[in-house]
Design a protein around this ligand. Structure first.
Ligand code: SAM
Length: 289
């Protein structure tokens, strides 16, 4: 399988400005932030980074740490946009800003897959603050958005209101992703597209445990049952896990062997504005008809 690199370019409200020495400098609208970045093995373009805040990691590799503010930043967030979608960016204790800007090329690709579909219906599992859901809803898709966290779903609904999509046909569900997919299979449901952005580890609303390495293959098998030869796509991203793009690509190829179409896999990356280099952020595998 040939690996592909899917590179997110800077847009009006987001840019990776510079990176190096294990850190990255990004612009989120009018604010700039420095965050740790293990993949930035090179030297930065500039030694003089001006930022509103820096996330200083704790001693624990996986978590911990806190924001150190050099200037004041609205703690309850500020509005950003991508295409017609509006959403809130916010410094979170999890070192990110409340959405994942490296997903922009994924949102655009999914929109493209649906371009000639009439009233498509798509499923977003682990949907978080909903930018992916809204990117498709803004293109006329009916959506089912699933996330275990009530707070995330509330954030996603607030983003829908900001985007003028409060009345769009979106079902907002606080549910365990794997359990929901299994139930949809038993109900005989089908979708035109599925987006999956699972964390390494998570918990469903009633304590269901999600471990990516353990549970991903069964979830992909259920997703396959929710798609048919008329469906358009499945897009899977995997972050921060010891797993190769080739491995998730081959898993998807096996799961989709009986459907027409193509399976691709590779790395997601973000274009650095200073020098044009591509900073990898995740691996992906996708099926399209
Ligand atoms: C968007 S994913 C994280 C993927 C991300 N790109 C990363 O850095 O790992 C996180 C979302 O998955 C949700 N989540 C975690 N476990 C879940 C589960 N068992 N069922 C449904 N959603 C879950 C969390 O509430 C969160 O909103």
């Amino acid at each position: 399988m040939q690996l592909t690199t899917l590179i997110g370019e800077p847009w009006r409200d987001y840019a990776l400005l510079d990176s190096g020495h294990g850190r990255k400098l990004e612009r989120y609208g009018r604010h700039r932030f420095v965050r740790p970045e293990g993949q930035a093995l090179w030297s930065p373009a500039s030694d003089d980074w001006q930022a509103d805040a820096e996330f200083v990691p704790g001693s624990d590799e996986e978590g911990g740490g806190q924001w150190k503010f050099a200037r004041s930043v609205p703690r309850d967030g500020w509005e950003l946009g991508w295409q017609d979608v509006r959403f809130i960016a916010q410094t979170t204790p999890f070192r990110h800003l409340g959405f994942f800007p490296d997903m922009a090329p994924v949102w655009a690709w999914m929109q493209g897959q649906l371009s000639d579909a009439t009233a498509p219906e798509c499923l977003n599992l682990f949907g978080y603050t909903g930018v992916g859901t809204l990117a498709l809803a803004s293109h006329g898709a009916r959506m089912v958005h699933v996330d275990a966290s009530k707070k995330s779903v509330e954030g996603a609904r607030a983003n829908a209101r900001l985007s003028g999509l409060a009345e769009a046909p979106v079902r907002w569900l606080v549910e365990d992703a794997a359990k929901f997919a299994g139930r949809e299979v038993r109900r005989g449901r089908r979708y035109d597209g599925i987006l999956l952005d699972p964390p390494k580890y998570g918990r469903g609303p009633t304590g269901e445990v999600w471990r990516l390495e353990e549970h991903l293959p069964a979830l992909i098998a259920d997703c396959r049952r929710l798609l048919d030869a008329e469906s358009r796509f499945l897009f899977l991203t995997v972050y921060a896990v010891r797993m190769s793009a080739l491995a998730i690509g081959e898993m998807l190829r096996q799961a989709f062997a009986d459907l027409p179409g193509t399976v691709e896999a590779g790395e997601l990356a973000v274009r650095e504005e200073a020098r044009g280099l591509a900073l990898p952020t995740a691996i992906f595998a996708r099926w399209s008809r």
